[in-house]
Design a protein around this ligand. Structure first.
Ligand code: SF4
Length: 374
């Protein structure tokens, strides 16, 4: 299939969205099928045909399959890893209306859509993804007014959902509005489309918009590759096109059990990203998200071992990523273990708590702990 030739909007209609469609690809035992039908009610299935084509169906533990295929484990709400929440990042506390989340003085994040090309099974925003009519504003002007009225905001993240699921004219309105605000130095568009739906980056109208915006303000694209197998000729070309627009592409991966939980996986991912011009930026500890944590999170001690061993295989650019806890008080860099204690460094001060910036936090961890309380 020549994916690049397809119309990106029309092809979305061919996504696999039902259990019956999944059964055309994978054999499901009756008991499993019943559970997956329940799971699909809780977090709808949505898999682009392109991403589905990357699955090795002969391998039941295939990492690509694990990220997109619903699992019966999603019915588990309580388990050995501890408590879970629908809002691990504390988004609600920082919600200023019109989709604006203002957590740190200098950054505003705007949830601009609840749509994604794919519904990743590990998503930490699964409470909004695929549920239109939620947090995202129907009219971006309210968000623009908030940002314009706060001169301390020097950068804006368009997020979601996946902003590149919006039409190019809708994105144009947003970017042109942001370009007019003098104190906004740069804009980030968070998107997993280079990974799950690279054909979106073959839309010349979109590329023209990104190129033109980048001539006015610096444009950064945080993307989300989790496994070296997601780096394909098509995703490589999508990234190349973004870079030709002048955008800097940074990667934010998540450490996920059964997906990338070996040092070899992480090293291959980071090296593969460098080879296609993407900067390894963050590796997130999987958050305590309801219906995600118990089958995707790995203990922090094991995470540190994996990261340290991966770093030993990587050159300086490959090592640049930070292993991060996306806590509701802000990001905490996981520096390593000192005996039985995890050593964390707070990366940003929350609004009203300037004394917390760069503080070191040390906590005793048991072998199974996957999160910290601070
Ligand atoms: S693309 Fe991002 S926001 Fe959308 S489902 Fe995947 S992880 Fe969640």
């Amino acid at each position: 299939m020549d994916w690049a030739q397809l119309d990106w909007k029309q092809e979305l209609a061919n996504n696999v969205v039902t259990i019956d469609q999944l059964k055309e690809h994978a054999r499901l035992a009756p008991e499993e099928e019943a559970k997956l039908r329940e799971v699909a009610q809780l977090h709808p299935i949505n898999i682009p045909r392109y991403y589905l084509s990357l699955i090795d169906w002969s391998d039941p533990g295939d990492p690509i399959r694990r990220m997109c295929f619903p699992g019966a484990e999603e019915l588990v709400v309580a388990g050995a890893m501890g408590e879970t929440t629908a809002d691990p990042y504390g988004d609600d506390k920082h919600d200023k209306g019109n989709g604006v989340l203002h957590k740190y003085d200098y950054t505003a994040l705007v949830v601009v859509t609840e749509c994604c090309a794919m519904h990743c099974r590990h998503c930490f925003r699964r409470r909004i993804v695929g549920k239109p009519g939620g947090q995202a504003p129907r009219d971006f002007s309210g968000a623009l007014r908030y940002i314009a009225a706060h001169p301390e905001i020097n950068n804006v993240i368009l997020s979601g959902g996946d902003p590149l699921m919006l039409s190019t004219p809708a994105l144009r309105t947003m970017l042109e509005g942001l370009a007019e605000i003098g104190h906004v130095d740069f804009v980030r568009i968070g998107t997993r489309t280079p990974v799950t739906y690279p054909l979106r980056l073959f839309d010349e109208e979109l590329l023209g918009l990104l190129r033109a915006f980048n001539e006015r303000k610096a444009l950064y694209i945080p993307t989300h590759f989790n496994h070296a197998r997601e780096i394909t000729p098509l995703s490589t070309e999508a990234v190349r096109r973004l870079r030709l627009c002048g955008a800097t592409v940074n990667n934010q991966a998540v450490l996920l059990r059964g997906v990338n939980d070996t040092a070899q996986d992480i090293a291959a991912l980071m090296q593969g990203l460098l080879a296609i011009g993407v900067n390894p930026y963050y590796l997130y500890q999987c958050m305590p998200v309801s219906r995600v944590r118990h089958h995707f999170q790995i203990p922090l001690k094991k995470g540190v071992e994996i990261v340290d061993a991966a770093r030993a295989m990587l050159n300086g650019y490959g090592k640049r990523f930070k292993y991060i806890i996306g806590h509701d008080i802000g990001k905490l860099e996981i520096c390593g273990m000192a005996g039985n204690q995890i050593v964390l460094k707070q990366m940003h001060a929350r609004i009203g708590h300037p004394e917390q910036a760069s503080r070191i936090i040390m906590q005793e961890l048991d072998d199974n702990a996957g999160w910290v309380t601070v």
